[in-house]
Write a protein that binds this ligand. Structure first.
Ligand code: UDP
Ligand code: MG
Length: 257
């Protein structure tokens, strides 16, 4: 099987791509996709689905293969080994072809019914992120999340309440603002804002994990983002902002005869 290139391919006839990472989610694949499908098929616009298997060691890949058999707009990107949610998202994003991109978790905690809201907001903003107003995680997890959100907001000034929400959407131009760090999902709004893109958050539904286990413990949840926070703060302050430019003169290729 050929290895994928990381060159983004644009297909202007695809309005939006939905990217979902899965790591050991064998019991969640089918219900998540069965819930997603009618929502997308009702929505106006052409879409594609990019399902990233992040080197799962259970039956996730087989489940994904079974699900795309009768779904021609869906395809799988299979990471040879577990590389982490940030890397899985980056590979998925870099390989999708839509004008806009929607991200969703593969454990069923996000409600696909919130996707139409995200798409509507994307008509006015470059980057949108859900805010889980009624969070369904245990107390320890909610407290860790509140603390992490507070620290991140103070340092990055991204103005976002809940970057851990898996439901996010953005214009494909925003891809250039991202850097391949392990905790990219937490810093997407900060990186987008630092590059000069507009951001909005919107309330979303949140459900308990259907099955399977959460992949984040204290070390992964607090220590990793703390290190990445330092880098993102430096990068966001020092980076050059988005440059808008025009080309003058026709595009042609010279040939010597
Ligand atoms: N995930 C992944 N690779 C990993 C860890 C997680 O692709 O190494 C996926 C996981 O399958 C899920 C999403 O990232 O679809 C969020 O993970 P999880 O639900 O464990 O995080 P939480 O909801 O607890 O923040
Ligand atoms: Mg989850």
């Amino acid at each position: 099987m050929p290895l994928l290139s990381s060159e983004p391919q644009i297909n202007p006839s695809i309005d939006y791509s939905v990217v979902i990472p899965f790591y050991n989610e064998e019991t969640n694949v089918k219900p998540v996709l069965e819930e997603l499908r009618p929502v997308l098929e009702k929505e106006a616009g052409r879409f594609e689905i990019v399902l990233v298997n992040d080197g799962s060691s259970d039956g996730t890949l087989d489940q994904l293969k079974a699900c795309i058999r009768d779904w021609s707009t869906a395809r799988i990107i299979d990471l040879v080994q577990n590389s982490g949610q940030g890397a899985a998202l980056m590979v998925g994003i870099k390989n999708c072809r839509g004008k806009k991109i929607i991200l969703l978790d593969g454990d069923g905690q996000n409600d696909p019914g919130d996707i139409p809201k995200a798409l509507q907001l994307l008509a006015r903003f470059d980057f949108v992120v859900g805010h889980r107003v009624n969070r369904h995680d245990d107390l320890k997890r909610r407290l860790m999340s509140q603390f992490a959100n507070f620290v991140r907001r103070v340092f990055t000034n991204d103005g976002v309440s809940d970057t851990g929400c898996g439901l996010k959407g953005f214009d494909r131009q925003v891809i250039d603002a991202f850097i391949p760090i392990q905790t990219l999902y937490s810093f997407m709004p900060a990186l987008a804002k630092a590059a000069g893109f507009t951001i909005a958050e919107f309330p979303v539904n949140h459900r308990p994990r259907r099955s399977g286990i959460a992949k984040y413990n204290l070390r992964v949840f607090l220590w990793r983002p703390a290190l990445d926070l330092l880098g993102v703060c430096w990068f966001s302050r020092r980076r050059s902002r988005r440059v808008q430019a025009r080309q003058i003169g026709a595009e042609s290729v010279g040939a010597n005869r």
